[in-house]
Ligand binder design. Structure first.
Ligand code: XUL
Ligand code: CO
Length: 441
């Protein structure tokens, strides 16, 4: 059975190809800095958007035409697995990610849900054994079902806390079974809508208790995946507890969890938080907690999480700069937490979308790599902070200054000379790199 009969294996044809079903910038075998693009970029497909999402929006029903929708229940779940591995293979994507409810329908009871999961996980495992596709990360969906109306680990109801724990426990076991390289916690409803009925202190303490229990259980079953928290400022709750990279970091430090978690940074979550994508990546990177990336983009004109496939090369270039400086993503990757637009409802659009996203990051990688080689930003920053390399600046950095020595320095100053930040020049330089991508230097 083939699910994508119109599509053959996608190949790299170079930047001048006019074949819509070919890569223009992503050449999986090509080595950059000693690593193939495939090894460094570690692209992943998000099961929920690609195989489960019906393309609903808050005002309209789903528009997606999907051939597996002729089935129901477990038959649909099995058809999706077949379609998924065909898409992975044709795209040449080596990783995928899922929530429990994406791969198997929830049953009437927890036992039944777990049985459904076991059946599908066995099928996925067989496909994994006969391909080189690996699990980037899995997670428990503790936000869609009405039982999570008041949250999961931060719910006001202890039974819900227990139910959420049971679901994560099962996903940790599945992650181990499928050799998952990372494991994600996105706090879908871990936050609050109004303080008028909320015990914020208890909710945050409980969330930390939940994370600690997950760490303990992973250790108990010897599941070595990197744990990741995915910050998001709002949506669905008004105030999410994992607002952004910095507040999530503070949370981890407060509860002594910093050695067990890194962050999964999502572009559209960064912009919802009022940050740039590169801000979130930079904060995580310089604090040693950049673990993985949900690669997408938002719509600057709409205030919600639109999860578009990334196409903005300016943004992917600045993102790839951070990832290169991070030395790659380790056991993380670039997971397309992205869905085709509601108007792109045909099944083949799934291929166009992934090709667009992979090419956008591959192009960004090539450009950023050239900029790192030429030390573009390093030179600018070195020069801008040169005053900390000698004299009083060196004393400050080396901990040899105090308020008295600083006052003495200030009293002796004849003038303070600042230098220009040269932002316009820097932007023009970035444009040169963007536009001369394939020009020989
Ligand atoms: C929601 C979101 C999730 C997480 C996984 O905004 O990004 O899909 O990536 O639960
Ligand atoms: Co995400």
């Amino acid at each position: 059975m083939t699910w994508f009969a119109n599509v053959n294996k996608i190949k790299y044809e170079g930047p001048h190809s006019t074949n819509p079903l070919a890569f223009k910038f992503y050449n999986p075998e090509e080595k950059i800095n000693g690593q193939t693009m495939e090894e460094f970029l570690r692209f992943g497909v998000a099961y929920w958007h690609t195989f489960t999402q019906e393309l609903v929006d808050p005002f309209g029903d789903g528009t997606a035409i999907r051939s597996w929708n002729k089935f129901d229940g477990m038959d649909k779940a099995k058809a999706r697995v077949e379609a998924a591995f065909e898409l992975f293979e044709k795209l040449g994507v080596k990783y995928f990610c899922f929530h429990d409810v994406d791969i198997a329908p929830e049953g009437a009871t927890l036992q039944e849900s777990n049985q459904n999961l076991d059946t599908i996980v066995a099928m996925i495992k067989e496909y994994m054994n006969t391909s080189d596709v690996k699990l980037l990360w899995n997670t428990a969906n503790n936000f869609t079902n009405p039982r999570f109306v008041h949250g999961a680990a931060s719910s006001s109801n202890a039974d819900v806390f227990a139910y959420a724990a049971a679901k994560v426990k099962k996903q940790l076991e599945i992650g181990k079974e499928l050799n998952g390289e990372s494991y994600v916690f996105w706090g879908g409803r871990e936050g609050y809508e109004t303080l008028l009925n909320t015990d914020l202190g208890l909710e945050q303490d409980n969330l930390a208790r939940f994370f600690q229990m997950a760490v303990d259980y992973a250790k108990e079953i010897d599941f070595g995946a990197q744990f990741l928290i995915e910050p998001k400022p709002k949506e669905p709750t008004t105030h999410q507890y994992d607002f952004d990279a910095q507040s999530t970091h503070a949370f981890l430090l407060k509860y002594g969890l910093q050695d067990y978690f890194k962050l999964n940074i999502e572009a559209n979550h960064a912009t919802l938080a009022g940050h740039t994508f590169e801000h979130e990546l930079r904060y995580a990177r310089v604090n040693g907690i950049l673990g993985s990336v949900d690669a997408n983009q938002g719509d600057p004109l709409i205030g919600w999480d639109t999860d578009e496939f990334p196409a903005d090369i300016y943004a992917t270039t600045l993102a790839m700069y951070e990832i290169i400086k991070n030395g790659g993503l380790g056991s993380g990757g670039l997971n397309f937490d992205a869905k085709v637009r509601r108007g792109s409802f045909e099944q083949d659009d799934l291929f166009y979308a992934h090709i667009a996203g992979m090419d956008a990051f591959a192009a960004g990688y090539r450009i950023a790599n050239q900029m790192v080689e030429d030390q573009v930003f390093e030179k600018i920053i070195d020069e801008r902070y040169a005053s900390y390399k000698e004299g009083i600046g060196k004393d400050i950095v080396e901990g040899k200054a105090d308020f008295k020595s600083l006052e003495q320095h200030a009293l002796n100053l004849k003038e303070i000379k600042n230098t220009s930040g040269r932002l316009e020049l820097i932007r023009a330089t970035i444009n040169q790199y963007l536009l001369t991508l394939y020009a020989q230097k």
